[in-house]
Design a protein around this ligand. Structure first.
Ligand code: SF4
Ligand code: SF4
Length: 438
């Protein structure tokens, strides 16, 4: 109890514990011990071929910030040869989870699953590290709390203090100021007003949209835009109200038990049908793709997953676009490039918009630094990773930037707001496609 009291005080400030006490038992169980998949870690032959592809190794040139070094740290933790310490924690938490290393590994080391499992081992020894992810996850996984948060953000953005707070730096330079700087403009965060028509052809079928918790708050019109395009293709849309957070926050923080509970809720929410499930954010899609090892029924759920852009491309003959003489730069999220694939569909769809010029934002394909909550928790390192993207934007001067992951979009837009003189809009490709409908 004292531990929980300390966690609450730490998370919310002195005197806040009585308010949260009632829900503590439900949301703060200690981490359940999980065996670390040593056999998977032992697949690593320490060849080092992944090192040139690792953004964090590129930044620090420290072996402990490389995939190979982190795997060795996790092997040491799991076998008791290394004691959990703040130094080990720093090296494991510094990983972006971009999985660029996994894509190039000749031994097919499942690095993404390993780093999640390694953080879970850390959390068993140092449970206090989970306090922030659990509170975040609790708020984002409850629909009423999400709606309340979205309403408060809209109120804040629309009612005037934002400009004053930003102008006079009233929040200082800490985490809260960083979060505030990521808030979208009022036009982006407004409640969606688009009326989604019924499917305009004899319905071909029904698809389910997985909205995602952060996307639902930061870009509430996105799901309606996808529904518009799907209606053009002749599909009915459903959005299960019991959908919850995909579990990525908990999974990557080292809290697999909570991630599994959320996965089970989503499997139940989307039911036993066979209608395709289209996740709006690639970050969610990467976690949903891991449901076979997170929840009973996860296999069947996973077989229904489709990339929304690939799904639209498969029905692109039904889509009509008007001439749009703009230049759009593509930012491809790591989860798209290294986990899901399907990046070709985005380019094929954009090529169908007359007069649209498409450029690649950054040929290196390096992580932008958003990486879940990395751009909030490791702001300086994340901004350093973002800088080449901002330089590319300054050189290319696109009118728009598209990114299919909400975290990347927020990080890019926040970086652009902080940099002076360059301000193209950052939006999900689905929003651009909907905007260009004929
Ligand atoms: S993770 Fe793969 S590429 Fe990297 S050192 Fe190990 S075996 Fe080599
Ligand atoms: S996931 Fe990305 S940041 Fe982490 S070790 Fe692999 S390449 Fe480096």
């Amino acid at each position: 109890m004292l531990l929980y009291w300390g966690l609450i005080e730490d998370a919310f400030g002195p005197g806040s514990w009585p308010v949260a006490c009632a829900s503590v038992a439900a949301i703060m169980p200690l981490p359940e011990p999980r065996p670390f998949p040593l056999a998977d870690a032992d697949l690593c032959v320490k060849c080092g071929l992944c090192l040139p592809h690792c953004p964090t190794y590129g930044q620090s040139r420290n072996e402990a910030d490389s995939p190979r070094g982190r795997i060795m740290l996790m092997q040491g933790l799991a076998t008791g040869r290394i004691v959990p310490s703040s130094t080990v924690e720093r090296h494991l938490d510094g990983c972006l989870g971009c999985r660029a290393c996994e894509r190039v590994c000749p031994a097919q080391v499942p690095y993404g699953a390993l780093i999640d499992a390694g953080r879970a081992v850390l959390a068993e020894a140092r449970p206090a590290r989970l306090r922030r992810s659990r509170w975040t996850s609790v708020v984002l996984s409850q629909r009423p709390l999400r709606q309340l948060l979205a309403m408060l953000l809209r109120l804040y953005v629309a009612s005037g203090p934002q400009a004053l707070i930003r102008r006079f730096h009233l929040l200082g330079g800490g985490r809260l100021a960083r979060l505030e700087s990521l808030l979208p403009a009022s036009s982006a965060i407004r409640r969606p007003s688009t009326a989604v028509p019924a499917a305009n052809k004899a319905a071909r079928g029904t698809v389910a949209i997985f909205t995602g918790c952060v996307g639902g708050i930061a870009d509430p019109a996105l799901a309606d835009d996808l529904a518009l395009l799907l209606a053009d293709c002749g599909y009915r849309v459903r959005r299960p109200s019991a959908e919850t957070c995909c579990g990525a926050i908990d999974q990557h923080a080292g809290d697999p038990a909570r991630a599994e509970r959320l996965a089970a809720r989503n499997v139940a929410a989307f039911g036993a049908g066979d209608d395709p499930i289209l996740p709006l954010a690639t970050g969610c899609a990467a976690t949903l793709a891991a449901y076979p090892r997170l929840a009973a029924g996860g296999d069947a759920f996973c077989r229904r997953l489709r990339d929304p852009l690939a799904f639209l491309m498969a029905h692109a003959d039904a889509l009509r676009f008007r001439a749009t003489p703009l230049t759009v730069a593509i930012h491809e999220p790591c989860t798209q490039k290294n986990v899901i694939g399907e990046g070709r569909a985005l380019r094929q769809l954009l090529a169908r918009i007359p007069e649209l010029t498409v450029v690649e934002l950054d040929a290196s394909g390096r992580c932008c630094g958003a990486a879940g909550t990395h751009f909030i928790d490791h702001a300086a390192e994340a901004d350093a990773l973002l800088q080449p993207k901002l330089d590319a934007i300054a050189a290319l001067t696109p009118d728009l930037i598209v990114s299919a992951n909400i975290g990347c979009a927020l990080h890019l837009a926040g970086g652009l707001r902080r940099a002076s003189g360059i301000s193209p809009e950052v939006l999900h490709p689905v929003r651009l496609l909907a905007r260009c409908r004929a």
